[in-house]
Every structure is written in structure tokens, then in C-alpha cells.
Design a protein around this ligand. Sequence first.
Ligand SMILES: *Cc1c(COP(=O)(O)O)cnc(C)c1O
Length: 398
Amino acid sequence: MLKRSDEKKPLRPATMMVHGGTTRSGFGETSEAMFLTQGFVYDTAEAAEARFKGEEPGFIYSRYANPTTRMFEERMMALEGAEDARGTASGMAAVASAIQCQVKAGDHVVAARALFGSCRYVVETVMARCGVDCTLIDGRDLDQWQKAVRPNTRVFFMETPTNPTLEVIDIAAVAEIAHAAGATLVVDNVFATPIHQKPLALGADVVVYSATKHIDGQGRCLGGIVLSSKDWIDENLHDFYRHTGPALSPFNAWTLLKGLETLPLRVAHQTAAAATVADRLAERPEVSRVLYPHREDHPDHAIAKRQMAAGSTLVAFDIAGGKEAAFRFLNALEIILISNNLGDAKSLVTHPATTTHKNLTPEARAELGIDDGLVRLSLGLEDVEDLWDDIEGALAAV
Ligand SMILES: *Cc1c(COP(=O)(O)O)cnc(C)c1O
């Protein structure tokens, strides 16, 4: 742990991401230790009994908790301002656990329809099988949240900015409607990153991440995390997590700890690159629409300015000429890779209509603004001028 008295000023994110949550073994290692153990031993039968009763602190089994995983959880808690957290094997394990742990048959969920595809499957299909109804709405329209509320509504779920069109939803306003309805607001904060947006401070009850994205940020592993108050975790997630087993592997937790050390630097670089590329794309005749939350022409610009410290590391844009033109653009890129990941060190480009969102009906895609010419670009750590040269070359091929 950091040797520091509590009266001192709270540490800033870059410092917390290097030191936060660290516990050292007896060897006094500099880098965080990787505890690749599924279990723990006890000196006596009495000690085992006391630990199982919760009378003595300590680890029992890595499905419940593990020292390396706990370091990752505590570092994320420090960044997010959360009282407690549970690391998960993937972002989807985090989303599914965060929702499922607090509903039962007969309950109702309201979710913004612009969701990561697997999240939409969880709230629509998995929940329906368990007898939990879900209403999907346009999350930007506050009246729709209000009108969707039923006496049995337990959970509101949303992501902002959304994938892939970077719509921005007002977290504070939705939290107010949720709380008046007696529901919990769960926010998937992947696109904003924990650097740029703090859902808990804006009124959300639970934040979830795919740590696979910016938190690892180097394309190495899957991971996720659920963060909330201690009360919410104790009452909802604690037992569910222990007994259903979405636990994060200590190896991946260690990788993610290393990712957190450089997260503020990487996100700052990627955000600056995204803002630059968005502005330059907007000047190009081959591009008919640019979506970037901190640009003044973004439909949700005012809310984006209010709740996000910066405009995110992604930019979405329409290539005039539809699918064929968009494909010509993707195929002509030489540095930027075609891939559906995001937040990576490598710049990655996606054509959502034919990949991540191909399972939606054309009407559902139209509702979400996913045109056939839409391209989503996740900016990496390359020099932005090399990226721009690559983009300009590909635009010429369109
Ligand atoms: C990637 C992603 C997820 C799922 O995360 P995995 O780590 O791939 O399971 C959930 N929500 C959003 C917004 C994502 O981008």
C-alpha cells in the first residue's frame, strides 16, 4: 500500500494508476506480483474456520478473490471513486453479472437501444428467458425513459457514447428518473473511458467496463469489472459473483494492472489524435458526416461538453457513396488495420453495417444512424501525421 497519511490531498489519476491498490509480498517486489494460485492454505483448522466465517481477513479461493485481482480492483476503485468492485473474465461477464445479480422473474429492465451487440442480446434474449421483460428506447429522449417505467422496473441500462455512432446520453438526468422509479442505473463506460467520464459522480449506481479495450489497450487479453458502492456489491453482486464464477484470471488482472499504469498517457494521446482527425475529416468532400462528441456539430454536443472531459478516442464518419465507397476506403488503408476491437495501441477501423451490427434489421440500423457508408475509427498510439497520411491516401482511393 502507499505510505501516505489520510489527511493529504487525494492523488491525481496518473499517480493512482501507477501506485493505487498495490500490496507487496514479503519480497518487496517493485512490480505487482502475479499470484497464480487457485487456493490458499491455513495454519490451523481454527484459522480456516475463522476465515470461512469472515472473522479473519484473508483469501479463500480465487473464484471469490485473489491478491492480484484485488490489486486491479482497488486501482480501478481509486480511479472511479467507487467503494468496491469485482473483476470479471470479460466485459460481457461484467455486464451480464451486473444486470442478472439484481433481477428475478417478473422484473423489468429499461435499456437504451444503442448498445454493444452482446449487451443487447443479454437484455433482450437472456433476460426474457429468465422471465425478465426489457423495453428498448432511444436513450437520448428522456421522456422515453420516463414512459417506459413500470411498477416492476428494477434496472436502467445504457452506454454513452454509444457504439458506433457516438450518441451521448445524459447520465445525470437518466439517474434521476431511475431513482424516482426505484430502479438502479447501470452505465457501460467503455467508450468514454474512466479518464474522461465518471458515471458514479453523475448519479449512476453501477459502472461496468470491458477492460479488454482501453484498460489493457494493447490487445493482449480479455477482462472486465463491475464497480459500485459497498452496499450494492454486498447486497447484489457478492454472492452471485462467488457462486456463478465470472472471476478474472490473476494473469489477466496483472496484465490489466500494467495497462492501468499507462492508461492516462495513452488515452490523452488517442483523444488528441481523434479530435485532430475528426476536424480534418470534416473538411473533406469524400466525407458526408463526422460524429465526434466534442465537435460543435455533434447532435449531443452540449451534454457531451457537460459530462465528458474530452470527446473520446474514436471518431465515426460517413463516406459518401455507401458501402462500396466505404469498402474502398478500408481496403486502401495501409497503417490503420481492419478490426472490431477499440482502444488499442494500433489504430483500428470497422464497417459496422457489415460486421458488428450486421445482425440488426435494416430498420434497426437506420434507427441507430448506421448507414452503409458509416466507418468507425479507433485511434491508436501511432504518430497522428502518419495516420492522417494513411487516411488521405485512402480517401483518394474512394
Ligand atoms: C467490447 C465491449 C463490451 C464487451 O466486452 P468484452 O471484453 O469483449 O466481453 C461491452 N460493452 C462495450 C461498449 C464494448 O465495447
